[in-house]
Design a protein. Structure first.
Length: 346
């Protein structure tokens, strides 16, 4: 409906413009017909494009309203009225001076644009405008239980694979809306389809964790398909999504957690939390893991626990690709998480 209405307005306006231009030629009869037909054709195409753009904006309106505060809605409505008044004043000369069809069509577009501009600007500065008018923003006392229920979390790939976010959700520490970006789901699917057995296992683990979270009471898992093309890499997209959603970013990436924290974003760093609560095997425990590559020092092999903790194994450089039993000898805590040193079990 909105597409047809906008297309009609634009088509009428450009038809009138073509008609008016045609009257200026030496042979007005033919020129008027040609000008009106050209204007109608161009208006039909441009009106359809403009109508579709407006419809897409209206489809996103419920999401914008659901995330807006009461003061923002009040100020936005006031800005809409102010924009309509300013638009009506600005459109009056066009309606009077221009040909009737052109003037009314152009004036209607001016009113719509200024009304939209006014509502957006007033909503963005709602608190400042209400304060300038002597109206304080009244805030309810914060109910901690309600706050937890209404929180929004954004999970990245590392947190899904890690799996500890599922334990936090079961314990009630992660409740409310849990958003998984579409590009994170694509990355997990790519890892799950990998030709490498270990990567495939991790990808499937991440998908299983998300599937389990979706079944928990008090948790609403949803996919966010926004791609944020203005950001070049996945970490920047995650920060942009968390910032625009007012969400807590859940990750095990130490550098991503620090970058997001410096931008004022709440971060739940599973690696730091796990380190403080001691996760994984301690010194003296025996575990079985796959030697994935040679270490940086001669003779060393490197393997990983299911949560991504790196294990440096002595005298295992020649066992790459094999599953071995190792005894943890030392556990260190570094800036990027735990690092285990182990030796082969004889």
């Amino acid at each position: 409906m909105i597409i047809e209405a906008v297309r009609l307005i634009v088509t009428l306006g450009l038809t009138g413009a073509g008609f008016a231009i045609g009257r200026e030629f030496s042979n007005p009869d033919a020129a008027v017909v040609v000008g009106a037909l050209l204007g109608a054709g161009i208006g039909y195409v441009l009106g359809g494009l403009l109508g579709r753009s407006i419809r897409r904006g209206l489809e996103h309106a419920p999401d914008m309203v659901s995330s807006a505060t009461g003061p923002q809605l009040f100020a936005g409505a006031f800005g809409l009225v102010a924009g309509l008044l300013v638009g009506a004043v600005a459109a009056t000369p066009l309606i009077i001076l221009a040909p009737r069809v052109v003037g009314w069509s152009t004036g209607a577009l001016v009113v719509v644009v200024l009304a939209s501009f006014g509502s957006r600007v007033f909503a963005a500065r709602a608190d400042d405008l209400l304060a300038a008018a002597g109206l304080g923003v009244r805030r309810r006392p914060v109910d901690p239980a309600e706050t937890r229920a209404g929180r929004v979390f954004v999970i990245d790939t590392s947190a899904a694979i890690d799996g500890r976010v599922l334990d936090l959700a079961r314990a009630g520490l992660v409740r409310g809306e849990v958003r998984v970006p579409g590009f994170v789901l694509d990355e997990l699917q790519g890892i799950a389809d990998s030709g490498q057995k270990n990567r495939r296992r991790r990808g499937r683990r991440g998908l299983d964790v998300l599937d389990a979270i979706a079944d928990l009471p008090g948790v609403r898992l949803r996919s966010d398909e926004r791609t944020f093309p203005e950001f070049p890499d996945v970490d920047a997209k995650l920060v942009g999504l968390a910032s625009s959603s007012g969400a807590t970013l859940v990750t095990t990436d130490h550098n991503l957690a620090k970058a997001a924290g410096l931008r004022g974003i709440d971060v739940l760093d599973l690696q730091a939390l796990g380190d403080s609560l001691r996760s994984g095997p301690a010194a003296g425990e025996v575990v079985t893991l796959l030697v994935e590559k040679a270490g940086s020092e001669p003779g060393q092999g490197v393997g990983y626990l299911d949560d991504g903790t790196m294990v440096v194994i002595e005298e295992a450089a020649g066992l790459v690709g094999s599953s071995v039993e190792v005894e943890v000898s030392t556990a260190l805590r570094t800036a990027v998480g735990r690092l285990l040193f182990a030796k082969l079990v004889a």
